[in-house]
Design a protein around this ligand. Structure first.
Ligand code: AMP
Ligand code: GLY
Length: 422
């Protein structure tokens, strides 16, 4: 089998790492990849959003499966373009990828499917949005409808804060057209987890969950990021709760997407709040989380590749994936300045020493090779240092031992990943 992974971050490094050990694999390519990925796959200089370029390459190399890492190529129609060229693609069609592209669409699907979630209303008129916020009171959540690079959500603790968010999003259009419509939601309280299921349009196979750390600073302080660390499994997700999430959230959503003529294939990522009244949906994404993917795949014992094929072809009902009884914990190392303007070009040393720590994998995210061969920072989130262990504490100790072996004065990380569970 020839496989092409699309993307070049830590999530794609972990996907390549898991696919590379499959006995079914012939050759692995990654577009565009990164220096870490280049040690296990042939990296090709095609951007993850260059749909025509990816499809042309896949046709030329007779690729058996294209695996989409990030959401952007999927929302641009990568899976549809692959299908038109007779190539299989792991990931949903453009129509099904709207589950990530539009929050209003997600809430409409969830409501039609009877999926539990926050009480919500949509508004195209800022005056009506303000009146609603005043009537409901705080805390309350204001969200831009469209994609806003993960920054379109304001959890407002006062009515004034919510009104300011309405002005910023709808009137000043700080997220552009993504803010033409807003959703105003009830504020849910509880533990937040990222839950994943492989889907073939009809059947869903649970992959379990991870807990992300969205804020940049220790103790969950400072601005939101793409994720500064994750661990798996989250202790809050009991087997009974997982069965409830599958029955009340994942399966009804698949059925509703099929009813609409846009069956969902790929990985469904449900952001959930575990409230006192049970699990409630916050959002869907149509791809693996980053760094949740790294945490999950470290615990997978089964061959991932056949399950990715089954997600395209159907037959996931015949699968039963095996997971290690171990724990995993991922620490993201970011370049100074992230999530604002990260400093590029600072040199990173000591990765060999880090990789020698037992139970550790170092995934590259935003790295590059300088002309002289040195490894340098080339993005916001630069490395994802992942540890495994028999307990979460052991996984954490391994990950931080590896972090401490890395010599990178231009980078930083949170020192408290996993604190909620420890
Ligand atoms: P989203 O971009 O939809 O993932 O939202 C970003 C973050 O805002 C989530 O990870 C939650 O922590 C928080 N959030 C979103 N919606 C709600 C809600 N209805 N209640 C409480 N927190 C929320
Ligand atoms: N870590 C959250 C995400 O990938 O969206």
């Amino acid at each position: 089998m020839q496989v092409l992974v699309v993307g070049g971050g830590g999530r794609e490094h972990a996907l390549c790492w898991a696919i590379a050990v499959s006995p079914l694999l012939g050759k692995l390519y990654c577009a565009p990849g990164n220096p870490g990925i280049s040690s296990i796959a042939e990296c090709v200089a095609i951007g993850a959003e260059d749909i025509a370029g990816i499809v042309a390459f896949a046709v030329e190399k007779r690729i058996d499966l294209v695996v989409a890492g990030p959401e952007a190529p999927l929302t641009l129609g990568l899976a549809d373009a692959c299908a038109a060229a007779g190539i299989k693609c792991f990931g949903p069609s453009q129509a099904a990828a709207r589950l990530e592209g539009s929050k209003v669409f997600t809430r409409e699907v969830a409501e039609a499917a009877g999926v539990p979630g926050a009480k919500w209303q949509r508004f195209d008129d800022p005056a009506k949005a303000r009146a609603y916020v005043r009537a409901e009171g705080a805390p309350i959540v204001v969200k831009a409808d469209g994609l806003a690079a993960g920054k379109g959500v304001v959890v407002a603790s006062t009515v004034e804060e919510a009104e300011a968010a309405i002005a910023d999003i709808m009137e000043s259009r700080i997220h552009g057209e993504a803010g033409a419509t807003v959703l105003i939601e009830e504020c849910l309280v509880g533990e937040e987890i990222s839950f994943f299921a492989l889907c073939d349009g009809e059947t869903a196979l649970p992959l379990g969950a991870a807990q992300d750390h969205k804020r940049v600073g220790d103790g969950d302080t400072g601005p939101n990021t793409g994720g500064m660390g994750a661990y798996s499994p989250p202790p809050a997700l009991t087997p009974a709760l997982q069965a409830q999430v599958m029955a009340e959230i994942v399966q009804p959503t698949l059925e509703e997407m099929s009813r609409r003529g846009t069956p969902f294939k790929g990985v469904l990522f449900a952001g959930l709040m575990l409230t006192e009244a049970g699990p409630k949906l916050i959002e869907f994404n149509v791809r693996f989380g980053d760094p949740e993917c790294q945490a999950l795949l470290l615990r997978l014992r089964s061959d991932l590749l056949p399950a990715l094929f089954a997600s395209c072809d159907g037959g996931l009902d015949m699968f039963d994936l095996n997971w290690d009884a171990t724990h995993s914990l991922v620490v993201v190392m970011a370049a100074e300045g992230y999530p604002g303007s990260p400093r590029k070009g600072t040199e990173i040393k000591g990765l060999e020493a880090a990789a020698e720590v037992p139970g550790v994998q170092v995934f590259h995210a935003g790295t590059a090779r300088r002309d002289d061969g040195a490894l340098v920072a080339n993005g916001g989130r630069v490395l994802a240092v992942a540890g495994t262990g028999k307990t979460l504490q052991e996984a954490r100790d391994a990950a931080y031992a590896a972090v401490d072996a890395i010599d990178w004065p231009g980078g930083f990380c949170r020192r408290d990943i996993g604190w909620r569970a420890l």
